[in-house]
Design a protein around this ligand. Structure first.
Ligand SMILES: [Cu+2]
Length: 409
């Protein structure tokens, strides 16, 4: 990153004034643009960590043990019924919306209920888009299993048991015309043909299941694999599955789930109104949006990642769709980076930026040291500044002048 970009981004992070930039007019215009975006959000004051935890405790728990045989962990993707300020559905999954670390020494059956749904939601204020989803959010639910587990995936086409849902009113012909007569799932954690996809093509009104043994610990991507596959993925049909090693992962204080996706709208970035999917732009590999968790500012403000000074943080970061990410935290260093989802290998130490291939994921660990706001970005920085690939990590706690302080001011 050159010096003026770094200053710009730091200025944005701090919400302060720019100083010392070589091209002040351009910098100011970019800041104005960012400020306008922030103002448009019109979101309430960010929640404190305590408020956030109270909020999360209100029904976002995914995993619940099923007592029938004492052996089964049922992953119940009960989605919070949140809506965006527009009244449209909230499409973005929160970064803290993932199951807690597993705490068991035996293999189990793990049952995962998924449904597919097409939802019109805001990609940014005033701009809407028809997403195709697993369980109504982008990315889909974070699935958590342990090496040796027998994982059962149950996938239904359309939201089950919801009378009058818009999805159910579509005739199958409409589905076919729209290009989603079938949906499916290919999990990269599966060893077997198509990652399960040949067994899991579900058409309207259908539900199918399959089972696989989680044999290889790692952090993996899953996605839809129904024709036209790239279209299904570009519209938001992806998520991640973690296969923990038998001995579990090291204890941390916070875990977060982040996926970058590229989106292809008929209009330019920011053009208002309902945007159609542009297959042409996808084939040309020219997205209008690069987004963390489904929409612009999905992980900012009251939805920012939050931690306290001294806490250990673990990030699972993946790329669902078609363009590799250059993941970086401005002002942060990855103490440990597990590239390619290879969590069994020794990590790389002290890494600034990592490339994440499409259909791949990484695990990153670091300790929160200096309080403040940090930006998660794609370091191909037009994607961050101009196309949406920005998220916030807010570290709360006492100043750490031994590590970071102004001088001569
Ligand atoms: Cu699909």
């Amino acid at each position: 990153m050159n010096k003026s970009s770094r200053l710009l981004l730091l200025s944005i992070a701090l919400g302060g004034l720019t100083t010392g930039c070589t091209d002040e007019a351009q910098t100011k215009a970019q800041l104005d643009k960012y400020a306008a975006t922030q103002a448009e959000k019109a979101e309430p004051k960010p929640m404190s960590i305590e408020e956030m935890e109270a909020h999360s405790a209100g029904g976002m728990q995914h995993s619940m043990p099923v007592s029938a045989d004492g052996q089964m962990q049922h992953v119940m993707p009960a989605e919070p019924a949140g809506t965006h300020q527009s009244g449209m559905a909230e499409i973005g999954r929160r970064a803290d919306d993932l199951p807690a670390p597993l705490n068991r020494t035996q293999a189990q059956r793990v049952s995962v209920d998924l449904y597919t749904d097409e939802i019109v939601a805001e990609i940014m204020p005033g701009v809407s888009y028809e997403y195709w989803t697993y369980n109504g959010k982008v990315p889909g639910p974070f699935i958590r299993a342990r090496a040796g587990d027998q994982v059962e995936i149950h996938l239904s086409h359309g939201k089950p048991n919801v009378a009058g849902a818009a999805h159910s009113e579509h005739a199958s012909g409409q589905h076919a015309a729209a290009g989603h007569s079938a949906h499916s799932i290919d999990l990269h954690a599966v060893v077997g043909p198509g990652g399960g996809a040949p067994l899991m093509q579900v058409e309207q009104g259908e539900a199918k299941s399959f089972s696989f043994k989680a044999t290889h610990p790692g952090i993996y991507v899953y996605h839809c694999a129904s024709p036209h596959v790239p279209t299904h993925i570009a519209n938001g049909m992806y998520g991640m599955i973690l296969v923990e090693p038998e001995q579990g992962l090291a204890k941390v204080d916070r875990e977060f789930y982040v996926m970058q996706g590229d989106f292809y709208t008929s209009g330019n970035y920011g053009d208002k109104g309902l945007q159609a999917f542009s297959k042409e732009k996808m084939l040309a590999e020219k997205p209008e949006y690069f987004l963390f968790n489904g929409r612009v500012n999905s992980l900012s403000g009251d939805r920012a990642l939050k931690a306290k000074v001294g806490e250990k943080i673990r990030l699972f970061v993946g790329v669902g769709s078609h363009i590799a990410a250059n993941f970086h935290i401005i002002g942060g260093i990855f103490d440990s980076l597990y590239q390619y989802g290879a969590i069994m290998n020794p990590p790389l130490k002290n890494v600034q930026t990592t490339v994440i291939a499409p259909g791949s994921a990484v695990m990153i660990e670091f300790t929160a040291e200096v309080p403040g706001t940090y930006l998660l970005v794609d370091h191909s920085l037009t994607r961050a500044i101009d196309k949406g690939a920005l998220a916030e990590l807010i570290i709360e706690g006492p100043a750490q002048p031994a590590l970071y302080k102004p001088i001569g001011q």
